[in-house]
Write a protein of this length. Structure first.
Lengths: 529, 1011
């Protein structure tokens, strides 16, 4: 019997050993690979990390989607989601309608999270805390202005709320939201420095807050406020145009004096995929998701400043890209242009190259392919670019100033000066505008300048909405380049199965996303939807 | 095999006794009757002198004595055993007589949770599969071996990639929502008492497999048992002379389905039509002169055929397995050692896999009261695939008009710069090696009579190394001039390990008081799992032969990562059985489970079950009815189980690191990426089961019928949240899903004729219904071009969702009078049904168009033996299941993919208005949207395996100096009857694009030799 007791002892001992093998009980497994929110908000660096977390919500490559649903861009394949928006066959359940809403409020949540908690931090460095608050409030205003621009009335949320509150919240009028954005940006600009040291380049500056304020007020049609805010940016003396438009979107020009707000990337670490997303098909067997249209290309004037429709412009239909505004070639690859791989861009049907229209369903359907952001520097690793995405640059500030002043009919030398600075940039070199132009002519001139200067930077949809020109610009077929048959007859490429559509009674605002409305019927819906 | 051994033994005993007893007068014959299986005495057996009325019964210890003449014969019979006739002259009172349990399925001893029960006294629904059934055909994984073997167990086998399984198992349907990706609807696998990986277990090591289906049998596993439990018992050493057994086979694999592209000229003219129908310019390739040139060309390097990948790339590939097992020992110690070496090449280049494995199972009898088992299992599993895992996608997509390979070894490139053969051969590799080590020690101690304590400690260590290397290479198509360059070679290495320690402590007690039989089990179990992983990345190596991490470029592109996790489960459980007169049976189970996956206040939950059975056939009134039943049992059970497989730390409010950068340097950021909910807890599954088991006609027939209903509540559901709060969804216990069904098993066995025949068939009906989503949903996934599924209240989980159609528009006036899905509709376009009559065809008109999970599944295993030959035929199949074809197969060649020959001459034209397919329209998907047109009946019947075995006669064996041997040949997946055949699709394939490793057909030769 004694020997059994020994065995039992061994058995019991083994079991006990295995039980106590892990000192804490097997049920108390706390993760060591993540940080609990309960131990957060103690130090300055906690605040810094939480501010940093808002920036990734800034827009980047996704902005091309919005260009693809305007008259200057085309959603290149029929199975890309924006194709339905372009054709007007979308409804509140469309994926893009949801993702823009979701992304905006995600950014707002992150800003609110910081603003709700940052005062828990005990520190003597109050200036830094103020700066963080300024960054968060500016970013929040950025998200709100985009949401109002797309959807009109949206819920105004300035603190983290519960799911229950989220299911009952109502929409705030666009007017109140514009008031909020204006006030926030004014207050935030007071908290922010003009510039940062090298390690903080890319953080929100005073100029960014003010430039966003100018943009928001322009969108809201509050021209006095827009002009004043733009003037404040100009008067800061921090910003100037980069002499070469052609180098704006390259690694070398990052953080140049023209950049007011950008989303920053770092090669190999924090990357964007503009090249693989938008580059010509021959380059990486991908890309060309949204392509420039004939409408955009034809907007670029001749180098002498005259429209190509002007018989005296010198436009040669057989050499359509000769002597044009140089920005055309910086914006789009044109027939015969050299490509990063060393070959030429040959989109004309029958030309036999990798970019030939119709060769694959991914090839450009217009014969144009975006060059802006498709930098040759990214050819080797097209999905992992470190090129910053510019979200607001000084040229826009100048044009905003000019447009606001023109709308106010306060046309003076500063207005011409602002527009001409953009036109006469070193490598653009268009003639200055004639000082005799009327308000109406100037309005057309500044709108054209804005359209081509900022083409494919993401904001054109907002412009044609506030100008109320979308209803006339949008509807119709999509056209591409013109080529000549062997007999010498011109053929204008027409993109098959596309009819851009825009209903003035409905499409100036996107609908409240279906899912949001289902979860919270109190949101209501925009007219026409 | 067992029976044969026994028969030999009896013959031996008989011959010995023959000498001992010659002419004797009427004498008292004494004997002790025991069961040949467990040597337990057989009580109440009848002993009759043949041809007389003299008879007696055995007493409680199996003894009998009877007067008989030496020339008499005694007929000994007992319920549950095969009757035997002995010559009195053969019998001596000193020797034991043995009876073999009769061939009734109900007499089997069935492994159940933490124990074993006689099937006859079971009250729950369990299917048992014998090891021998698993080794009839070569399998790449164990799931395949279980296919069609048990009613209620559905195995979907999705192809034959060597060494990596994509098969899924479901017991009684899908019980939870997240099951599609994470396997949360997969059953719990317990091997020898410990949760283990299943797919690469050695089938030769398996003694039995029990499939636990109802709550009564599974509740003892509590929180992990909601999807049923599969218990595996491995073979152990047997006492006696040491035996050495070799089992091995060699098989040749071939692809079962090779889609064939439409014939060249037909295809080219078809394309012209498609371009014209869309109003597009016909490209140069399809101009008449080009068509002529292509059709008349003989140089297929210059004029390649549109698509010949399946015919050119796939090949026959070998698969082999060698197993040696050695078993032996004496009364006090027994051992079984088994060794396995198996290998498999892929039917496509770049794929191969192998396994090396060893298992040692030891049983040591320390004393009459103390037994120790120690088992050790080591397995090395290696598999290799090309770096580009997506090559099969390019068999059908984006790879037209390409020369697979030129004579000089360079490759052709498609207009989209693809060549799947090049990807398979050139892209690099992805190697995975897994070391699996399992060890257990189990001590049984019989404290007092009928009370046994068992302690078991086990550990599993799984260590995996992964190395994926992308070659840098470039290729220029010498004909078209197209070129593809992968500029950088790159290497990703990963190491991951997990260790799981299991402790089980059991106390078993049994007591019989007259006709009352009690059994009880108390148990404690604890599982602790921890794991971690690291990964590292570098690129731009000197050349493709340099593959060591340290040789990659040391700059910002290098990267590494890692993870760490642990979880635990602590459980208390009990079982109580009561039987009255082996007639009325009752069982109660309960398990109290605590899981670290939940917040402290929600960790524990209790899972009870109750079951009862009534053996009708033991009732005297029933026996008087003189029905042909040998056994008839009614049973019923009710119980609850749980599902705890929520993502780790779901309840924990945590901040995740993100990445951003300022001024050219990365910065740290932290934010919450999900909304933590501390109330997250178990999903609870409640199941009711009613069943009948029986045997008929002298135990030749046996059957089993079950009806069950199970409801899973509190299913963790990513309930959508208003995006304005910053999160789009959060996991909450909210959903309810129902599964119910019927299961039938019928078996027949005849051993009394020269031709022996047996079969075992099973048939199951499963219906599934999503009951409640707490007002959320419907959740719709997919698109117009790929399968669209819906999770919505009132329809089966992940039902196919899309448009209904009603033929084609035939006239212009029809088009103006009915809504169309797109403008410029023409005669021949598909007429989608405006279900809600709002004059528009849009998402609101979609409805359920198919069921992705088979409603009926069945298997039939039959065997005929004549002399030395036996033939085993196994059919398996499913019905009432729908497959959504998609990708190039479904798109009619309107995009740049493969065009199936099925479309040839079979589409709408003004003169062929009743065609099977609509008007082809290039680059226009209006006619191929997700609709009932893309849903194909996925029902099938498959001759899964046919095997012919020849057993060597004893004389030949003797001459060869072996104990015995058989050789066999078999064919797997030989014939399939299915509507999907015409689409060249395997019926078990998941709906969606054909991007997976093809299903294979195998022809095998093998041998089993006993030394």
């Amino acid at each position: 019997m004694k020997q059994y007791q020994t065995y039992i002892a061994i058995l019991a001992f083994s079991i006990l050993t295995s039980l106590s093998g892990c000192k804490k009980g097997v049920l108390e497994t706390l993760p060591n690979d993540r940080i609990s929110s309960e131990i957060y908000w103690k130090t300055e660096s906690d605040a810094r990390s939480a501010v940093n977390a808002i920036y990734p919500s800034l827009d980047a490559v996704n902005l091309f989607n919005l260009e693809g649903v305007t008259e200057i861009g085309h959603t290149n394949t029929t199975f890309t989601a924006e194709y339905n928006i372009e054709n007007g066959t979308y409804d509140a359940s469309h994926s893009r309608i949801q993702t823009e809403w979701t992304a905006g409020y995600r950014g707002i949540y992150l800003a609110n999270y910081l603003l709700d908690n940052i005062d828990k931090i005990v520190t003597t460095n109050t200036a830094l805390i103020s700066q963080f608050k300024g960054e968060a409030r500016t970013l929040r205003a950025y998200f709100y202005s985009k949401l109002v621009g797309l959807y009109g009335d949206v819920p105004l949320i300035t603190t983290n709320i519960s799911a229950a509150d989220g299911k009952a919240i109502t929409r705030t009028s666009a007017k109140t939201l514009w008031d909020f954005i204006d006030k926030e940006l004014s207050e935030a600009s007071a908290l922010l420095p003009n510039t940062y040291a090298a390690a903080d380049k890319g953080r929100i500056t005073k100029g960014a807050a003010l430039a966003l304020k100018a943009r928001a007020n322009l969108w809201a049609g509050r021209y006095t406020d827009a002009a004043a805010a733009a003037k404040q940016v100009i008067d800061l003396g921090v910003y100037s145009l980069l002499p070469e438009y052609g180098k704006l979107f390259s690694l070398a020009s990052e953080n140049s004096a023209e950049v007011v707000l950008d989303k920053q990337f770092l090669t190999g670490t924090v990357t964007q995929n503009a090249f693989s997303f938008m580059g010509p098909y021959s380059q990486k067997s991908s890309g060309s998701n949204y392509v420039p249209t004939k409408t955009l290309v034809d907007l670029f004037p001749m180098k002498n400043g005259k429209s190509i429709t002007d018989p005296t412009s010198g436009f040669d239909p057989k050499n359509p890209y000769l002597n044009r505004d140089p920005r055309l070639r910086f914006t789009s690859y044109l027939d015969g242009d050299p490509l990063p791989s060393g070959i030429l861009f040959k989109p004309v049907p029958g030309s036999g190259g990798g970019d030939e229209i119709g060769k694959t369903q991914y090839n450009t359907t217009t014969g144009f392919s975006l060059k802006k952001y498709c930098s040759a520097e990214d050819f080797a690793a097209p999905g992992a670019s470190g090129l910053n995405f510019i979200l607001l640059r000084y040229a826009e500030v100048l044009l905003t100033y000019a447009e606001a002043k023109i709308e106010l009919n306060q046309i003076d030398a500063t207005v011409f000066d602002a527009i001409n600075k953009v036109r006469t940039r070193n490598d653009v070199g268009l003639p200055a505008l004639a000082s005799t132009l009327t308000q109406t002519e100037l309005r057309a001139a500044v709108r054209l300048e804005r359209t081509i200067e900022l083409a494919f930077e993401g904001w054109h949809l907002f412009d044609i909405r506030r100008w109320k020109t979308a209803e006339t610009l949008m509807p119709g077929k999509v056209f591409g380049l013109t080529y000549y048959t062997s007999a010498g007859a011109p053929v204008v490429v027409e993109v098959p199965s596309v009819d851009k559509a825009f209903s003035a009674s409905k499409h100036y605002l996107w609908p409240v996303p279906q899912k949001e409305k289902t979860l919270n019927p109190a949101l209501g819906q925009n007219p026409g939807w | 095999m067992f029976e044969k051994t026994y028969q030999k033994l009896l013959i031996a005993i008989a011959s010995v006794l023959l000498f001992a007893s010659q002419s004797m007068a009427q004498t008292l014959v004494k004997g002790t009757l025991r069961s040949s299986v467990d040597q337990s005495p057989i009580e109440g057996a009848s002993v009759l002198v043949k041809g007389s009325k003299t008879g007696t019964q055995t007493n409680a210890v199996g003894q009998f004595s009877i007067s008989a003449k030496p020339t008499d014969q005694l007929v000994i019979s007992s319920v549950g055993f095969e009757s035997r006739t002995f010559s009195v002259s053969d019998i001596s009172g000193a020797l034991d007589l043995q009876l073999t349990p009769s061939k009734s399925e109900l007499e089997d001893v069935v492994v159940v949770g933490y124990g074993a029960q006689k099937k006859i006294t079971m009250t729950s629904s369990v299917s048992q599969i014998k090891g021998a059934e698993l080794t009839r055909r070569p399998v790449s994984n164990m799931q395949q071996a279980l296919q069609g073997q048990a009613a209620g167990l559905t195995v979907l086998d999705r192809g034959g990639e060597p060494g990596r399984t994509s098969a899924t198992m479901r017991i009684r349907g899908t019980t939870t929502f997240s099951g599609n990706s994470s396997g949360n609807s997969s059953p719990l696998i317990i091997v020898d008492g410990v949760e283990q990986t299943f797919f690469n277990l050695n089938p030769e090591d398996v003694e039995t497999i029990s499939v636990l289906k109802d709550a009564s049998s599974t509740a003892i596993y509590g929180s992990r048992a909601a999807n049923g439990v599969i218990l595996v018992t491995t073979k152990r050493g047997s006492a006696g002379k040491t035996t050495v057994t070799y089992n091995g086979y060699f098989a040749l694999q071939n692809s079962t389905n090779d889609p064939v592209q439409m014939e060249l000229e037909t295809y080219m003219r078809y394309q012209v039509l498609a371009y014209n129908n869309s109003g597009l310019t016909v490209p140069a390739r399809f101009q008449e002169s080009s068509i002529q040139a292509w059709v008349s060309a003989t140089d297929r390097n210059k004029y390649p055929l549109p698509n010949i990948w399946f015919q050119n790339v796939l090949r026959s590939a070998p698969q082999y397995s060698h197993n040696i097992s050695i078993s032996g020992g004496g009364e006090n110690s027994r051992t079984r050692v088994s060794l396995r070496s198996s290998g498999q090449d892929g039917i496509a280049p770049g794929y191969d896999a192998s396994i090396r494995e060893m298992r040692i199972n030891n049983d040591l009898k320390i004393s009459n009261k103390l037994k120790l088992s120690t088992d050790l299992n080591y397995r090395f599993n290696y598999s290799n695939s090309p770096y580009r895992g997506d090559a099969f996608n390019f068999f059908l997509h984006g790879s037209l008009w390409t020369v697979p390979k030129y004579d000089d070894g360079t490759y052709g490139l498609s207009p989209q710069n693809n060549n799947p053969l090049m990807f398979l051969e050139k892209s690099g590799y992805n190697k995975i090696s897994t070391h699996y080590l399992y060890g257990t020690a189990k001590l049984d101690y019989e404290v007092v009579k009928n009370l046994t304590l068992t302690g078991q400690i086990s550990g599993v260590v799984n260590y995996q190394e992964q190395k994926a290397y992308q070659n840098a290479y470039s290729n220029r198509d010498v004909t078209t001039g197209g070129s593809l360059t992968v500029a950088n070679n790159l290497l990703t290495e990963g190491r991951s390990r997990f260790t799981e320690l299991t402790t089980n402590f059991l106390a078993n007690y049994q007591k019989t008081i007259k006709k009352h039989e009690f059994r009880g089990l108390l148990g404690f179990s604890e599982i602790y799992n921890n794991g971690n992983s690291i990964s590292a990345y570098r690129e731009r190596f000197y050349n493709n032969d340099i593959q060591s991490l340290g040789q990659g470029t040391n700059d910002a592109t290098k990267n590494n990562g890692g993870s760490d996790y642990e979880f635990g489960l602590r459980s208390f459980f009990a079982r109580f059985n009561y039987a009255y007169d082996s007639k009325y049976l009752l069982e109660v189970n309960g398990r109290y489970d605590g899981s670290s996956r939940f917040a402290a206040e929600n960790q524990y939950s209790f899972f009870p079950s109750f079951s009862a059975a009534w053996r009708l056939s033991r009732e005297s009134f029933f026996q008087k009815l003189n029905l042909p039943f040998n056994e008839l049992k009614l049973r019923g059970s009710w119980g609850q189980t749980g599902n705890q497989t929520v993502p780790l730390y779901s309840y924990y409010s945590s901040l995740s690191a993100g990445s951003y950068t300022f001024g050219g340097a990365a910065v740290t950021s932290f934010s919450a990426t999900s909304l933590a909910d501390r109330t997250i807890t178990w999903e609870t599954n409640t199941q009711t089961d009613l069943g009948i088991d029986g045997t008929l006609f002298n135990n030749h027939w046996n059957f089993s019928i079950d009806y069950y209903k199970k409801r899973t509540e509190g299913i963790l559901l990513a309930l959508p949240l208003p995006a304005v709060i910053g999160f789009t969804s959060s996991n909450q216990n909210a959903g309810i899903i129902d599964n119910k069904g019927w299961e039938f098993t019928l078996g027949y066995k005849n051993n009394n004729h020269k031709v022996q025949y047996s079969f075992l068939g099973n048939f199951a009906i499963t219906t599934n219904n999503v009951v409640d989503l707490k007002g959320s949903g419907p959740f719709i996934s997919g698109s117009d071009l790929d399968p669209r599924y819906i999770v919505a209240e009132g329809v089966p989980f992940n039902a196919h969702w899309g448009y209904k159609t009603n033929g084609y528009f035939q006239t212009a006036s029809e088009i103006t009078s009915y809504p169309t899905i797109a403008t410029n509709t023409k005669p021949g376009d598909v007429k989608y049904v405006d279900l809600n009559n709002d004059g528009k065809i849009n998402a609101d008109d979609m409805t359920v168009i198919g069921n992705p999970f088979p409603k009926f599944t069945f298997g039939l295993n039959s065997e005929v033996s004549y002399r030395n030959f036996s033939l085993n035929i196994f059919f398996q199949g499913a019905a009432k299941v729908d497959t959504r074809i998609s990708g190039a197969l479904a798109e009619m060649g309107i995009f740049e993919g493969f065009t199936h020959q099925i479309f040839a001459g079979n589409y709408w034209t003004p003169t062929n208005t009743n065609a099977k397919f609509p008007l082809p329209r290039k680059s226009d998907q209006r006619n191929v949207n997700t609709s009932d047109r893309q849903i194909i009946d996925g029902s099938y019947l498959r001759l899964k395996n046919i095997q012919l075995t020849y057993t060597l006669s004893p004389e030949i064996s003797k001459k060869l100096g072996i104990k015995g041997a058989n050789v066999y040949t078999s064919a797997t997946n030989l014939v399939t009857f299915s509507k999907l055949n015409e689409w060249s699709l395997d019926p078990e394939a998941e709906s969606g694009r054909v991007t997976y490793f093809p299903q294979t057909r195998l022809v095998t030769i093998g041998a089993n030799i006993n030394f």
